[in-house]
Design a protein. Structure first.
Length: 189
């Protein structure tokens, strides 16, 4: 998504277009998911009021009775999934304690490797912002390992972006730097 790859304004435009195309009778799941994506995009452009409003909208949509999934919206969008997006948005808004709490809600539901790895990197960004560089780098290293095992360029790219966000001389990043060097050496023919 454009928001996660460094162009949140383009991401917002795409999300607005998707929202406009969403059918009026679309399931609450679809609308909650889209609101969550909007929250992350608004947070990335530092539009706090819009980000918080999008999060509240998503919370309201999932707080009602759950609908039966229907095609093509066959996945559930529940509190833990919402919490993952909230964690990212709150971290970008500087609400670090709330972001960590949201990640704690999301973490038990992150069972599949690639989404778990992406969530770990998102959480690493939040931890780094709060000054917990060592813990953040440990999570990023864990995510990188998952990215390598599952050959996920998306995960690897996010880990690289995380490392780039840290000071080059961050001594806490030594293990992550070693893992990235190993990765580069494997990629070089």
């Amino acid at each position: 998504m454009s928001t996660a790859t460094g162009d949140p304004r383009q991401g917002l435009l795409l999300l607005d277009r998707a929202a406009a195309q969403l059918e009026r009778g679309a399931p609450r799941t679809a609308r909650a998911w889209l609101s969550s994506l909007h929250a992350v995009a608004y947070a990335a452009v530092h539009d706090r009021p819009s980000a918080l409003a999008a999060m509240r909208r998503a919370e309201k949509l999932i707080s009602g009775r759950q609908e039966e999934p229907r095609w093509p919206w066959v996945f559930a969008f529940d509190v833990p999934k919402l919490a993952r997006y909230q964690s990212v948005a709150l971290g970008q808004l500087g609400e670090l304690r709330a972001a960590r709490a949201a990640f704690d809600v999301a973490a038990p539901s992150l069972r599949t490797p690639k989404p778990r790895a992406l969530a770990l990197v998102d959480h690493a960004f939040t931890l780094a912002l709060s000054g917990q560089i060592g813990q953040a780098c440990a999570l990023a290293t864990e995510a990188l390992d998952i990215g390598r095992r599952y050959d996920s360029e998306r995960v690897i790219t996010r880990v690289r972006a995380f490392r780039t966000s840290l000071p080059a001389s961050a001594s806490e990043a030594e293990a992550l730097d070693t893992a990235l060097v190993d990765l580069y050496e494997r990629e070089t023919p």
